[in-house]
Design a protein around this ligand. Sequence first.
Ligand code: ZN
Length: 294
Amino acid sequence: MKSQRCLIAACLLLVMAVPAFADPMKALIVEGQNNHRVWPKTTKMMKQYLEQIKLFRVDVARTAAKGTDPDFQPDFAKYNVVISNYNGAAWPKKTQEDFVSYVKGGGGFVVVHAANNAFGNWPEYNEIIGLGGWGGRNEKSGPYVYFNDEGKLVRDETKGRGGSHGSQHDFSVVVRDRSHPITKGLPTEWMHVKDELYDRLRGPAANMHVLATAYASQDHRGTGRHEPMMMTISYGKGRIFHTPMGHGDYSQECVGFITVLQRGSEWAATGKVTVPVPDDFPTARTISKRAYKE
Ligand code: ZN
């Protein structure tokens, strides 16, 4: 009897000590409408990136191809983190309410690229994502947030559109807070593979923390300002990670993007990060890609 109890205790200890034995967390990617034609592929890519680290099992919830889909009613509460690859028509009222109470109650949410174009007129969504672009956004949506050359965050309340970008190119991402779990151990500066560098994003930007920026060079028709590229937002008890990166499948093959998506999703789900910085992470001078295979 005694040895049996010892065995049980030893097994319990082992299970607790080795998180790899634990069941993966549950993640949900929402998609179905997007002005980016690459979207079904980018959902598959992100699903693979999140599953290959063994931390998540990923479901996908897809809306109808057009208009508000009355049947789109994912059970958000079942998930540790929801990732949006959606930029389309409004969700049904009940789904909107479920989503807001999911985040408010402590759910994790991750916003990728054009998901921040969605729902320009949904106030809670805009509080959740901090900043967004297009979708009718302007000064009424909130300040344009950027970093000036002195490294200070500016909240620009002047009139103007929300969201624009110059021509696509490889660009440097500069980490502004190296102490956050998502950025800890990343190089201060790293080259991101060709992407749309979103600029002039606007929103309530409440309870938002900018982890990294990228300089939108005027040589590429950018703003000449340092634009937020990685942000965290808190909303109620919920944690949100937002990256405007990820326009093309090539952009999402960037090891920087992959790592940041994995770490940001883990942080949104748990408040901690265990995903290591991989050996093939880009450097300040060189991009690094992993060719995607289904
Ligand atoms: Zn894009």
